[in-house]
Design a protein around this ligand. Structure first.
Ligand SMILES: [Ca+2]
Ligand SMILES: [Ca+2]
Length: 622
């Protein structure tokens, strides 16, 4: 019996232990700070009955060397591989050769959709290891704890139901001749090694014809069922369904936190990751990005209302949903959930491991057509440019001004999620080689210089503005149409007002006057564009004047308008106090004299003595 002191020490030690399974043989290993390779090495070294291995790639040859050692010691070893990883992952081919040359039986994935497993099963020890981590050094051992590591959680279990399920699934794949071929050292017919067990319903093995087992379908069901809070760590998010379901959760009041990988946000081979990230950002998902020096390759989801963890090999992508060979676990094991909660809180709170997400701008659009300063362009015209891998919407500035105005905003595509009524590109995509094009929906004027500028926008409305280019349309400018509806109105003995209807495309108007409407036309005014009234104050009383107007632009004059005429009225009779002179001829008048209609004025015709024959007056200011 231990003494009281030892007992207290034991209890304290138990209380200080990190969250562990009550089942002593299950554990999760955090690659941020733990060496998760040594326990796997130990399992390989200790196995005496049989080892089943499946992986996407293995760059760390230490696993291969240890597996070969056991194989040479008489332990049956089987390996499922995918040589399609060779071109991308240096060292994988050498490991496959190493295993093959040792005589280990190997089969490989033949059909489309990669083998994305990362698992080892140890028959004699009743142990299983699986995770999202590929068998390469950085995936299992940090270079520098919390500073330079790959985000992963490595799951070691002796849960009989999980081991039985993996045994059955492994035998299914091993004996599958439709999707898998013999890679090396297969002699005799393919046989199952184990009895066939039921698959634990918490496990998920895409691909499957059972639609309910589609990883997207299962994940969406759990996200839609959540009532409290969702935390996600996800390496790659290229499938719209996951993003939309996450945004929908935020919209019904469920907080969602997401830690993502910045290299995937700007992965030129995975452009739709940024589309989803920017949309989730706009949709209110709280997002942090890996800040440490390694890689966030983890795939885990925490559903607080359900106490559920979703963990495994599937990313939030189309291929991972129901195309690639995957293994995932939708489990409500409390210790498992709490372990991931603790891990998430540490990662989320740390200012050195992760940092708030800042949406990045797109690249500047590259113009293709029409070339800058091109001449003789058609008057119906399609602009062409390459908007790059990150822009999904465009503002198009277009017009005859050297600083063209916004012509159409947020032109997009249905692929990029254009809403009803939103203007659409003719063509366009962030996918490689798909050019953006937009046909200007009007006939352009001939012989005219047009200016255009494209602004690319991400789904988070970050922008990149292209240069301003110009082109000239074919032909010459046509003269404007003739002004119509000219009217002339005498306002006073010395003023006639004109007005007419505006025309399009003019740079100005010219007004002409004639004394008789047929000859003696003289230009009396030159007006600017859109000026459609004129007051002629160079007229005298009791005269009839004739007018016509024409418009002009760089193409020349329009035809003339109609001719309009007006007759100025008589001046008013003199009033008391006016001085009136009757003069037959008054060619030189000094001061403000004007002709009046009063034949009875002093010196007028009735007096017959004056030499002036028309009365004039000068108003006296009082
Ligand atoms: Ca494009
Ligand atoms: Ca006009």
């Amino acid at each position: 019996m231990p003494g009281p002191r030892l007992l207290i020490s034991l209890i304290l030690a138990l209380m200080l232990l990190p969250v562990v399974n009550t089942h002593a043989q299950e554990r999760l290993c955090d690659t941020a700070f733990e060496d998760c390779r040594t326990p796997l090495w130990q399992l390989i070294d200790a196995e005496t009955q049989g080892i089943d291995v499946g992986f996407w790639f293995m760059q760390d040859s230490s696993y291969a060397t240890k597996l070969i050692n056991r194989f040479k010691a008489g332990v049956p070893v089987r390996v499922l591989v995918d040589p399609r990883a060779n071109p991308t992952y240096a060292g994988n081919e050498a490991v496959l050769n190493q295993l093959r040359d040792a005589g280990i039986p190997m089969r490989y994935k033949l059909t489309n959709g990669i083998l994305h497993w990362k698992m080892m099963l140890f028959v004699g020890q009743n142990k299983l290891e699986f995770s999202g981590a590929n068998y390469s050094g950085n995936f299992f051992v940090p270079d520098s704890p919390y500073v330079n590591y790959f985000d992963e959680a490595i799951y070691f279990t002796d849960d009989p139901s999980l081991i039985q399920s993996f045994k059955t699934k492994y035998d299914d794949v091993w004996t599958n001749t439709a999707d898998y071929g013999n890679y090396a050292n297969i002699t005799g017919p393919l046989t199952r090694r184990y009895p066939t067990f039921p698959i634990n319903p918490e496990l998920n093995f895409p691909p499957t014809a059972d639609f309910s087992q589609d990883f997207l379908t299962r994940t969406q069901q759990r996200l839609n069922a959540e009532t409290q809070k969702i935390d996600v760590i996800m390496y790659r998010i290229t499938n719209q369904g996951y993003a939309d379901t996450t945004i929908a959760a935020v919209n019904r009041g469920i907080p969602v936190r997401l830690i993502h990988e910045p290299d995937e946000y700007r992965n030129l081979a995975r452009q739709w990751d940024a589309w989803n990230m920017d949309r989730m950002y706009m949709g209110g998902v709280q997002i942090k990005m890996r800040k440490h020096l390694g890689l966030n390759h983890q795939k885990s989801v925490l559903l607080y209302g359900q106490g559920m963890t979703i963990f495994g090999s599937s990313n939030w992508t189309g291929p991972s949903s129901n195309f690639q060979q995957e293994h995932n676990y939708f489990t409500t094991k409390p210790w498992f959930f709490q372990w991931f909660v603790n891990q998430f809180e540490r990662k989320w709170t740390s200012t050195t491991e992760n940092e708030p997400f800042v949406p990045l701008p797109p690249t500047q659009p590259t113009y293709v057509f029409p070339a800058n300063s091109a001449i003789a362009q058609a008057t119906t015209l399609t602009l062409n440019w390459e908007g790059g891998p990150w822009a999904h919407k465009y503002d198009i500035y277009f017009g005859t001004s050297p600083n063209p105005p916004l012509y159409v905003a947020n032109v997009s595509t249905f692929q990029s999620g254009a809403q009803a009524g939103q203007p659409l590109l003719d063509t366009g995509s962030v996918d490689d080689g798909v050019m953006e094009s937009y046909t200007i929906p009007m006939t352009l004027q001939q012989g005219t210089t047009y200016y255009w500028r494209i602004v690319g926008k991400t789904m988070a409305n970050q922008t990149a503005t292209g240069p301003t280019w110009s082109f000239v349309t074919t032909g010459s400018v046509a003269p404007p149409a003739a002004p119509s509806g000219l009217t002339a109105t005498a306002i006073s003995p010395t003023r006639i007002d004109l007005s007419w209807n505006d025309v399009g495309g003019e740079t100005g108007f010219r007004v002409e006057r004639s004394p008789n409407g047929s000859s003696g036309w003289a230009e009396i005014a030159s007006l600017g564009a859109n000026q459609i009234t004129y007051s002629d104050t160079s007229v005298t009383a009791q005269q009839t004047y004739f007018y016509r107007v024409r418009a002009l632009n760089t193409g020349g004059f329009s035809p003339y308008s109609n001719v309009a005429s007006a007759t100025t009225p008589s001046p008013p009779p003199p009033s008391a106090g006016d001085i009136v002179l009757w003069a037959a001829e008054a060619p030189q008048r000094v001061g403000n004299w004007s002709v009046v209609a009063d034949a009875t004025a002093a010196g007028g015709p009735e007096h017959r003595s004056a030499r002036m024959h028309r009365p004039i007056r000068q108003t006296i200011s009082k």
